[in-house]
Write a protein that binds this ligand. Sequence first.
Ligand code: MSP
Length: 511
Amino acid sequence: MASPDAFYITTPIYYVNDSPHIGHAYTTLACDALARFARLDGKRVHFLTGTDEHGQKVEKAAAAAGLAPQAFTDQVSERFRELARAMQVTNDDFIRTTEPRHKAAVQALWRRLAANGQIYLSSYAGWYSVRDEAFFAESELVDGKAPTGAPVEWVEEPSYFFRLSAWQEPLLRLYEEQPDFILPATRRNEVISFVKGGLTDLSISRTSFSWGIPVPDDPAHVMYVWLDALTNYMSAVGYPDETAPSYRTFWPASVHVIGKDILRFHAVYWPAFLLAAGLAPPERVFAHGWWTIEGEKMSKSLGNAIDPHELIRTYGLDQTRYFLLREIPFGNDGDFSRAAMINRMNRDLANDYGNLVQRVLSMIHKNCDARLPGPGALAEADRALLGAAADLLGRVRDAMATQAPSRALEAIFEVIAAANRYVDGQAPWALRKTDPARMATVLYVLAETIRRLALLTQAFMPEASARILDQLGVPPDARQLACCGEADALTPATPIAKPEGVFPRHVDAAA
Ligand code: MSP
């Protein structure tokens, strides 16, 4: 049993056959927002990402690059680390499947499965797709290719098998007893009907290449790369030492966030391996959708993959994070277009959020002696706005608990819109002469609303939110979500720095 206040979240570990692109950045950023949110909300968080470095696909990519696999994976893995750094991702660990700690964990899991009678030696004859690193039955092929469109090759070799067929009923029970084990619900239904269709035993070793973790006591075999890869989630918290504090605190994982293409591995094979080993399956697998680029599938042949570094350079990090998490409900497919990116950046961030902050802080700076004003008695409209801002924490927390960052952001931006309407309605600039005390109340209500908003946007847009909180004079130790309420409201007379815009508009170089 993991600790009740623990939150262990993982990204898939990325294949090192390719440079990181926007698809990888997306999963990692979503996990980062979820991890940051949980941390700000007082949870003990462990956030893991890393690289998947064995198997035929990586072996081939290394050969194509003219490098030994280890040298090649060292190079490419580092690019994923660099990307995480560039995106200010707050992962607590970065695992590589070529590390000794991981090899030891996978071999221990294998031994345990073998000891439980879950593995037998036979031979495999069938189709294999290197691109998917997956076996396919003849009946699954579509026009002679894998259902993903990847080419398949015929494989015939001695192989160890895992008794997956024995786990159909227990898996169905797991989906039943843990109804949120697979989210979103549509994906859950897909998995259930796949498992109900019957499971065949799974080939879990290969003999026709060597870039993998050797099977214990039979080094002619290397382990199937998915058995190897999935185990990363446990090796990173100390398995096979089940007494390790990190293992006891964090296993089972709270959520594995993945793309929809790798759901079967995570929602069928992985819990089956764990159940068969007598270990607890994760609490949840969340499968997000896929991005197309300007309406087209992202592909090597089209050369249209988007480099996340370029996005950050062109639009800014917080802007990129905001766009990816806001544009598409997490779980759905979506299209990346530069027009949509610029629109979100200019409309939501610069006009709505940025302008609200800038207007309010400038008015305070100019008209209140650069200090937070003190509020008088609150009017109905003041209470309504502060109330909406106070209710946000619950709404955002609910959304984040089901991995719905776009819903969380929508709720936050509803309050930003309400605050902008309030500014227009109250017209504090006109009150300056007619009713300065009322102006002070209105500006205080706005500043306090912005404080609550900025606390909540920290998980999504950390840099800009920190600057807003700095400008409001909120000390670093008062930025936890527990400080969202009235008890931690801004103190009148706190000095306000000269406000500087936090969300620049994007002006297209070509325009
Ligand atoms: N190595 C495996 C995962 C092993 S986890 C134990 C793998 N790696 S991957 O690098 O090919 O893909 C990693 C993730 O990137 C997947 O979750 C996949 O869905 C995601 N994406 C790849 N292209 C994508 C898009 N175009 N859009 C969104 N996500 C995409 O699979």
